[in-house]
Design a protein around this ligand. Sequence first.
Ligand SMILES: [Zn+2]
Ligand SMILES: [Zn+2]
Ligand SMILES: [Zn+2]
Length: 296
Amino acid sequence: MNALNKRMVDISDGLEDVPVLCKDPITPTFKYCPDNVQGPGCAVDPSEVTLPGCSCLSRSCCPESCSCLQTGGQAYHATGALLDLNRTGSDYSSPVFECNALCSCSDSCSNRVVQKGLQLSLEVFHTSNKGWGVRTLQQIPRGTFVCEYAGEVVSFVEARGRQLSQSAEENNYIIAVVEHAGSGSVTETFVDPTRVGNVGRFLNHSCQPNLVMVPVRVHSVVPSLALFAARDVRTEEELTFDYSGGCRKQQPAETTTTQSPAVAEASRPNGQQRKPCRCGAEKCTGFLPLDLSILY
Ligand SMILES: [Zn+2]
Ligand SMILES: [Zn+2]
Ligand SMILES: [Zn+2]
């Protein structure tokens, strides 16, 4: 491991628990923020607590008695690892609700994972052919929470306007996550880390990624777009996720849980012209994902 030398700077500027390392100081074209912030058209401030808490008095909540775990089901193993890594690959998955600021359980409750923020040593680095990328400076076991994809939460109209005003050369960072609830209702979340964002904005796409994106609700109805290790990841491996979210079918859930967003679908439109994918994976589709739904 040669990465941790003293020339490294922390691009989070102390805002994360652990430094986000980078060898060459990045010209700051964006403001680092570890969490989602309220952007134009977003009716809810994501930093406000808008979800109810449980009244568990145990050290760690259990599904039998905890209202948080009953809303979304148990998402994490006692170690904090995501239990069902295939949740985004199936037609239906229950939403994740973590214990929040209003819950009476302890900070060590196993239903508190994404809220702890970045805990791994990551490096933003120059890839050979894809611009910036992110690699891990430590091994990451399968199921581990890695980081959020955080940025400005904006409305559909704002996201569409921003995308249309971009030139073909500009990077499009906007992620659209569509969640289908059992009741047939659809929740759309647009996150744009172009101006305000965290380390997630430097992650590249791969057609065979090692991270998976799951919308997780912590204190707010606005989901955090959380990235978990889809498999064991080696030290110095580049971290990637599928900008298209894996092209899952959009199908309402069979269950009738109200207010339960299911089937998360992430898409990251890249302008109107398809850009070539350089992920290098065996099953590479040749192009970066393109979701036109945001344009029409
Ligand atoms: Zn709890
Ligand atoms: Zn509880
Ligand atoms: Zn709780």
